[in-house]
Design a protein around this ligand. Structure first.
Ligand SMILES: *[C@@H]1O[C@H](CO)[C@@H](O)[C@H](O)[C@H]1NC(C)=O
Ligand SMILES: *[C@@H]1O[C@H](CO)[C@@H](O)[C@H](O)[C@H]1NC(C)=O
Ligand SMILES: *[C@@H]1O[C@H](CO)[C@@H](O)[C@H](O)[C@H]1NC(C)=O
Ligand SMILES: *[C@@H]1O[C@H](CO)[C@@H](O)[C@H](O)[C@H]1NC(C)=O
Ligand SMILES: *[C@@H]1O[C@H](CO)[C@@H](O)[C@H](O)[C@H]1NC(C)=O
Ligand SMILES: *[C@@H]1O[C@H](CO)[C@@H](O)[C@H](O)[C@H]1NC(C)=O
Ligand SMILES: *[C@@H]1O[C@H](CO)[C@@H](O)[C@H](O)[C@H]1NC(C)=O
Ligand SMILES: *[C@@H]1O[C@H](CO)[C@@H](O)[C@H](O)[C@H]1NC(C)=O
Ligand SMILES: *[C@@H]1O[C@H](CO)[C@@H](O)[C@H](O)[C@H]1NC(C)=O
Ligand SMILES: *[C@@H]1O[C@H](CO)[C@@H](O)[C@H](O)[C@H]1NC(C)=O
Ligand SMILES: *[C@@H]1O[C@H](CO)[C@@H](O)[C@H](O)[C@H]1NC(C)=O
Ligand SMILES: *[C@@H]1O[C@H](CO)[C@@H](O)[C@H](O)[C@H]1NC(C)=O
Length: 415
């Protein structure tokens, strides 16, 4: 994540603007700084620490030191920059705890501390930052439970606390964040259910909760969130059936529930969501026959459809040929119960690059030549556990390629 560092930071100060580059910096000659401001700025060059003298820049309203190599602790003197509205320290190597004194910066609207090495708990004093709209603490080493002290941050629109070691239940007070559009709590150790209060987050467009130990049935309260376009619950311990009226999520684009213990049939209404593009249901215990429902409503926007390693039975629905934009298709472990598997059902899917049809339990032999000549763009093909025929060993018909990596939505932790 911390890849290439092309860092340019800008610190707007009332009269004194400067551009801080990694190895050089320029204070435009036309602008004059107060002596103590100049001193504080000069100190930025010295070592890797965020100088505590920055606390003297009392007129600052924006401080953005993101995407640099600052290390050491966040100086508590920042509490003295009382008019600060934006503090961005993300993408550095800051150590130690989040100073509770940041809770005194009561004008803060934006606090970015993501992608550092911060430890300890989220200080309860942050709950006093009642004007906060953006809070990102992702990709640090924060621990402990989320305290209800954050309950009054009712202006939050963007909250990201992913990739930490946070634990305990998700507080029901999250339902108070009624303006929230983006919530990323992924890759922590959260347990318990998604609280029913989430149904009040009417403006939510992204909910990333993957990689936790969340449990319980599919959180039906989420069906109220009609603006949701990313829903990721991958790799948790959810169980029970998927709700038949899942199509209430009428703007859904990413539906990720891989690696849970969902059972029962796949509600065909899912495929009537017109915006649906990425679907990953792999590694659950869904069963029954595959049914894409009303063919005329079947969303042909889908480009990534992963249904593998469930307990589905029977044949592949003919309507799959309508999904002409598919790039990736995983039907592995579909138990065709020995029925005839006619590859030709897939011939329309000309854009396929990833195809996993391993373990179809079919007696039909799969004709590799036909397959390779049809799917010109194929990168990854998995035919494990089937009968495969290769009639004529041409240069094209080399050993099957690998199949991996599901598509991730653009929610880089902490940004
Ligand atoms: C603020 O500036 C004064 C004088 O420039 C300096 O003595 C003092 O140490 C600074 N305060 C902090 C917290 O660095
Ligand atoms: C903070 O902003 C207010 C209103 O703009 C201004 O009156 C005050 O002097 C500022 N405080 C500092 C320390 O600059
Ligand atoms: C803060 O820094 C992050 C990481 O460099 C960047 O993505 C983000 O746009 C910055 N936000 C603001 C408000 O400057
Ligand atoms: C804040 O400013 C006051 C007055 O200049 C100073 O006494 C205090 O030490 C500063 N706080 C921190 C944490 O530097
Ligand atoms: C917050 O900003 C306002 C002006 O926008 C200013 O009057 C006020 O003093 C600031 N609050 C603090 C705690 O500095
Ligand atoms: C929040 O602010 C109030 C009043 O300004 C103060 O009494 C309280 O200690 C602060 N809470 C925290 C957790 O810092
Ligand atoms: C949140 O606000 C309510 C009402 O103002 C207040 O009673 C409560 O103590 C606040 N909670 C926290 C944790 O500050
Ligand atoms: C959905 O929202 C309505 C009010 O807008 C509320 O009555 C209902 O309980 C909510 N449903 C869920 C499942 O949260
Ligand atoms: C699907 O699984 C459920 C529970 O796991 C079971 O009750 C049901 O009979 C199964 N249905 C089919 C068609 O196998
Ligand atoms: C494969 O299908 C046959 C029916 O032809 C069935 O008896 C068998 O149990 C199936 N194998 C698996 C592993 O489900
Ligand atoms: C191919 O599919 C089988 C069965 O689903 C799986 O075990 C194997 O890991 C897959 N191969 C690759 C390279 O992904
Ligand atoms: C991801 O972000 C890149 C660059 O910001 C953009 O070009 C791309 O379309 C985005 N992909 C998705 C699926 O949103």
């Amino acid at each position: 994540m911390k890849g290439s560092v092309k860092s340019i930071s800008l610190i707007p100060i009332s009269f004194c603007f400067l551009f801080l580059f990694r190895d050089e910096f320029v204070v435009p000659a036309r602008h004059s700084c107060h002596p103590e401001q100049r001193e504080a700025i000069l100190e930025l060059k010295n070592d890797g620490n965020v100088p505590s003298s920055l606390g003297n820049l009392s007129k600052l309203t924006t401080l953005d030191l993101s995407n640099n190599d600052f290390n050491g602790e966040i100086p508590s003197s920042l509490e003295n920059i009382s008019n600060l509205t934006i503090l961005n320290l993300s993408r550095n190597r800051l150590l130690g705890k989040i100073p509770p004194s940041l809770g005194k910066l009561s004008n803060l609207t934006t606090l970015h501390l993501s992608q550092n090495k911060l430890i300890g708990k989220i200080p309860s004093s942050l709950g006093n930052l009642s004007h906060l709209t953006h809070l990102t603490l992702g990709a640090n080493r924060l621990v402990g439970e989320i305290l209800s002290s954050l309950e009054n941050l009712s202006h939050l629109t963007f909250l990201s606390i992913c990739e930490n070691d946070l634990s305990g239940e998700i507080p029901s007070s999250f339902g108070n964040f009624s303006r929230l559009t983006f919530l990323d709590i992924s890759a922590n150790g959260f347990v318990g259910e998604i609280p029913p209060s989430f149904g009040r987050l009417k403006h939510l467009t992204t909910l990333s909760a993957e990689d936790n130990n969340l449990s319980g049935n599919f959180p039906v309260t989420l069906l109220n969130l009609t603006k949701l376009f990313v829903l990721s619950l991958d790799d948790n311990q959810f169980t029970g059936m998927l709700p038949p009226n899942i199509s209430s999520l009428s703007n859904l684009e990413f539906f990720y529930i891989r690696g849970n213990a969902f059972i029962g049939t796949l509600p065909s209404s899912l495929f009537t969501i017109p915006s649906l593009t990425y679907v990953d249901l792999v590694d659950n215990q869904l069963n029954g026959t595959l049914d894409f429902g009303n063919v005329s409503l079947l969303s042909s926007k889908i480009i990534d459809l992963r249904l593998g390693n469930n307990n589905f039975m029977g044949s592949i629905p003919r309507s799959i040929s309508k999904l002409v934009n598919l790039f990736a298709l995983d039907l592995s472990h579909l138990n065709t119960q020995g029925s005839v598997f006619g590859l030709s059902i897939l011939w329309n899917l000309k854009s396929l690059t990833d195809l996993d049809i391993s373990y179809l339990n079919t007696t039909t032999a799969i004709d590799l030549n036909a397959l390779l000549s049809r799917f010109k763009w194929l990168n990854n093909l998995n035919l494990t556990g089937n009968h495969v025929t290769v009639e004529d060993r041409s240069a094209d018909a080399e050993s099957p390629l690998s199949f991996q990596s599901s598509y991730e939505p653009n929610t880089t932790c902490g940004d």
